[in-house]
Design a protein around this ligand. Structure first.
Ligand code: ATP
Ligand code: MG
Length: 251
């Protein structure tokens, strides 16, 4: 399974979902690779120290001589590896102008890895540009986090249109694994109303698991830990464990 975590809207819980889903899969004994495709590098620094000297996903995407296996680093957690991002990724689009396979770079690099990882999780940046399209072309599945907020459904049409274009032109096998409601507040009637509207819009595609607001999920990355070691008894850990089960059932 190669799952892209994407939504062009910023701050909806993509990175939090990517790091904790990857960590949960690793805990379940799956050999898991977390690919950070966001120049901000938030997934990267949630597990390893940023190091300008080491090669990153950027180098693999611009340099034919640099494979993913040259940039992958072990995380502090067993079964979990990271393909780090650095800010240079922001120049990828300009750098690959005119390259015929610009949209296929990540897929080519993943194909070259062979079956080293049974599960790959890709954290996308908040944009529908070349990086996210590379993720959608390479992925077998797409997970869309949607923040439980009044503007939750704004912009999802553009995302689904991009998905459709990728499906017709490059990756017919791309499957929408599910829509995940994040940062939910189940105590308010607004929260319940938003959840209702999201379920109305996406039907059975919405995961039964809902990720509640939980401050522990915000704190973990500062200690380079997933929620499962940072706060194993938190609601955040329970929510992401339940998501992992549901993901494994659906695949
Ligand atoms: P970007 O678009 O900038 O990459 P993102 O979609 O990756 O953002 P996150 O970085 O995962 O979003 O989350 C945005 C902020 O909300 C972060 O500070 C994160 O710690 C916090 N956050 C995410 N999920 C939760 C949650 N369930 N409860 C509380 N805070 C959360
Ligand atoms: Mg992010």
């Amino acid at each position: 399974m190669i799952v892209a975590i994407a939504n062009q809207k910023g701050g909806v819980g993509k990175t939090t979902t990517a790091i904790n889903l990857a960590s949960a899969l690793a805990l379940r004994g799956k050999s898991t690779l977390l690919i950070d495709l966001d120049p901000q590098g938030n997934s990267t620094i949630s597990f390893v120290q940023r190091d300008a000297a080491v090669r990153s996903v950027y180098e693999t995407m611009v340099d034919d001589g640099c494979g993913l296996s040259d940039v992958i680093r072990p995380s502090p957690q067993e079964n979990l590896w990271i393909a780090p991002a650095r800010i240079a990724l922001a120049k990828l689009e300009a750098r690959l102008v005119g390259e015929l396979d610009a949209h296929f770079r990540l897929k080519e690099r993943l194909d070259a890895l062979g079956g080293r990882f049974s599960h790959v999780v890709i954290d996308c940046p908040p944009a529908l540009g070349l990086l996210t399209v590379n993720a959608l072309v390479a992925a077998t599945h797409l997970l869309i986090p949607i923040q439980s907020s009044y503007f939750a459904l704004e912009g999802t049409d553009d995302l689904l249109e991009t998905v459709q274009r990728v499906q017709t032109r490059a990756n017919p096998g791309l499957d929408i694994l599910g829509v995940l409601i994040t940062m939910h507040d189940r105590r308010t009637s607004l929260g319940r109303d938003i959840q209702h509207r999201i379920r109305e819009a996406f039907g059975a595609k919405v995961f039964r698991t809902v990720i509640s607001k939980n401050v522990r999920l915000e704190e973990g990355p500062a200690y380079r830990e997933s929620i499962f070691t940072f706060a194993p008894n938190s609601t955040g850990a329970a929510d992401y464990y339940s998501l992992c089960e549901e993901v494994m059932d659906r695949v």
